[in-house]
Design a protein around this ligand. Structure first.
Ligand SMILES: NC(=O)c1ccc[n+]([C@@H]2O[C@H](COP(=O)([O-])OP(=O)(O)OC[C@H]3O[C@@H](n4cnc5c(N)ncnc54)[C@H](OP(=O)(O)O)[C@@H]3O)[C@@H](O)[C@H]2O)c1
Length: 223
């Protein structure tokens, strides 16, 4: 897969791993569009990388996903890479019942449903391109269930399974399907906004992704 001259949508591209992908893709001469819910984070990213385009979008919302697709189709008909990176992580205590599950961001909608629906939504556009890719960000926790984060781990196992099926299903097309499997990365995932703690630098994930795209290595396991 070429690593320059692409037009790329990165969900959750304004912070953490997504922002590192943004930086790396911009550095390599790609056109990058990022989306997320917080406008101030999108603006901060645009100050760092004035050449990118941004869009407020909640990927867990069906209507936001549809509007995003219609906008991209109109403004960036050459979009050829979809990076499903947006994610949330929560500790959920099942002994506290249903309220513990429904009281915050939905990991099921954001980490699992959104990449699947976005992939289906963007398929007509991706199928028209000479070279295209879907890049799903799962996690090292896809095969390691942690008691404190039961839904997060399940969504990442699910997205791994979906990615494998999709890769097989699209084998006779020009769309390649990649899975990025980060270890613990120093971002604010699962923490208060802007509280970053231990792990490898997000830029290491971006370096690994670029190398894997270049070499057509479809499963990118770091660490
Ligand atoms: N950090 C790690 O150790 C680690 C390890 C394995 C896998 N991962 C995965 O890597 C991906 C990126 O996470 P990160 O570590 O870089 O954390 P992060 O900095 O918190 O990034 C998550 C991004 O997703 C966006 N997002 C969350 N919910 C969204 C929604 N409903 N609609 C649109 N955007 C949404 C957030 O922006 P808004 O809040 O503004 O919407 C944010 O920009 C996630 O899929 C995560 O599961 C991370």
């Amino acid at each position: 897969m070429k690593t320059n001259g692409n037009t790329i949508l990165i969900t959750g591209g304004a912070t953490g791993i997504g922002l590192a992908f943004t930086a790396k893709f911009v550095e390599h001469g790609n056109r990058v569009i990022i989306c997320g819910r917080r406008e101030e984070k999108l603006k901060e990213a645009q100050i760092k990388f004035p050449q990118i385009n941004t869009r407020v979008c909640d990927v867990s919302s069906h209507s936001d996903r549809e509007t995003l697709y219609e906008w991209i189709k109109e403004e960036y008909p050459d979009l050829n890479i979809l990076v499903n990176n947006a994610g949330v992580q929560r500790a959920i205590e099942f002994k506290e019942g249903i309220n513990a599950l429904i009281s915050g961001d939905s990991e099921i909608e954001t980490n699992f449903a959104a990449p699947i629906y976005l992939t289906a939504q963007f398929m007509p556009l991706l199928l028209t391109q000479e070279e295209a890719a879907v890049i799903n960000v799962s996690s090292g926790l896809r095969f390691r269930a942690i008691a404190r984060m039961p839904i997060y781990c399940a969504t990442k196992a699910g997205i791994h399974s979906f990615t494998e099926s999709l890769r097989e299903q699209l084998r006779d097309t020009r769309i390649e399907v990649f899975e990025v499997v980060p270890p613990r990365v120093a971002t604010s995932l699962g923490r208060e906004p802007d509280v970053i703690s231990g792990g490898i630098p997000p830029s290491d994930m971006a370096d690994a992704l670029l190398l894997a795209l270049k070499n057509n290595e479809f499963e990118i396991i770091v660490g």
